[in-house]
Design a protein around this ligand. Structure first.
Ligand SMILES: *Cc1c(COP(=O)(O)O)cnc(C)c1O
Length: 293
């Protein structure tokens, strides 16, 4: 699968009426299907599954999950079977949405479970049951974050990124991607995360993966919670896409750029700060106007 990756990853300079320098690293262009950060999160997990001689990859997600879509595709081209445990029993007999239909066409076995059962997704006993039900299985947690995912996400940054930029920005969901960026970053750099959801618990998650302290996280631009939006967010995304021809979505990258633009406008960064924003992809399905993520 690694032959499909566009190397080197392209950068896009964003011309701003301000005294900071902003480039976007376009991980969304890395691969048409396994777009963005999900590729980096999966890479060492799939290699580990192969090394352990396991033939199935099992993971968890909601009906519109980018992680489900990416896992189905990556497992397929890697010659592994995939199993998706999908939240929401009520979806069992409904027509599949485009995300799930594509996953199924790539060979993913879909298993719909109730919201109560889905809550057990990190429970050791529940995972053992799943392994009995699906032998020879390598389990990847919801959102794909684990130690090997953090290792893979370190490869998002190149050596020259460590030298050229003062600040690195990314969108944050489960915290795996930002943890990899922090681990790789140089200590004079600051990594700034824009949370897609509300709450302080994510700080704890990130501390689980990295002991470094050159980072901070804000949920000020999450519009109140995961997959929540606002007219201002949509207006911003529309304006940004029209002006710079960079596609954004409202769950992750839209909120990051919305927040970053606001900070820049309010002179949060000193004059001359060189900023790299990571475009983490997420454009696999048209998730606009959908609420059940
Ligand atoms: C999954 C995803 C994220 C979140 O990554 P984490 O490692 O879970 O924090 C960010 N951006 C996009 C586009 C995503 O699909």
């Amino acid at each position: 699968m690694f032959d499909h990756i566009a190397q080197p990853i392209s950068y896009q300079h964003i011309e701003l009426p301000s005294s900071v320098h902003l480039d976007i690293k376009r991980l969304d262009l890395v691969h048409p299907q396994i777009s963005g950060n999900k590729f980096f999160k999966l890479k060492y997990n799939l290699l580990a599954a192969k090394q352990q001689g396991l033939s199935n990859i099992l993971t968890f997600g909601g009906a519109y999950s980018n992680h489900i879509a990416a896992t189905a595709y990556a497992a397929h081209i890697f010659g592994l079977n995939s199993i998706g445990i999908i939240r929401g029993e009520e979806l069992t007999n409904k027509p599949l949405n485009p995300t799930l239909e594509k996953a199924q066409n790539l060979g993913m076995q879909l298993h719909f479970v109730s919201r109560n059962e889905y809550r057990l997704r990190d429970d050791e006993k529940f995972l053992q049951q799943l392994i009995q039900q699906f032998p020879e299985t390598y389990i990847i947690p919801e959102g794909g974050t684990n130690k090997l995912a953090v290792q893979g996400c370190q490869e998002i940054l190149s050596q020259s990124d460590l030298e050229k930029y003062d600040v690195i920005c990314c969108a944050v969901g489960t915290g795996g991607t930002i943890s990899g960026l922090i681990e790789k970053s140089s200590t004079h750099q600051k990594v700034l995360g824009f949370s897609a959801l509300k709450g302080d618990f994510l700080q704890q998650e990130i501390r689980q993966w990295t002991k470094k302290q050159n980072w901070s996280l804000t949920d000020a631009y999450c519009c109140g919670g995961y997959a929540k939006t606002s007219p201002e967010l949509f207006a911003f995304i529309k304006g940004f896409e029209a002006q710079y021809a960079v596609p954004l979505e409202p769950i992750y990258t839209g909120k990051m750029m919305f927040g970053l633009s606001d900070l820049i406008k309010n002179n949060y960064f000193p004059v001359g700060t060189r900023i790299l924003a990571i475009h983490s992809g997420g454009l696999q399905a048209d998730i606009r106007n959908k609420t059940d993520q």
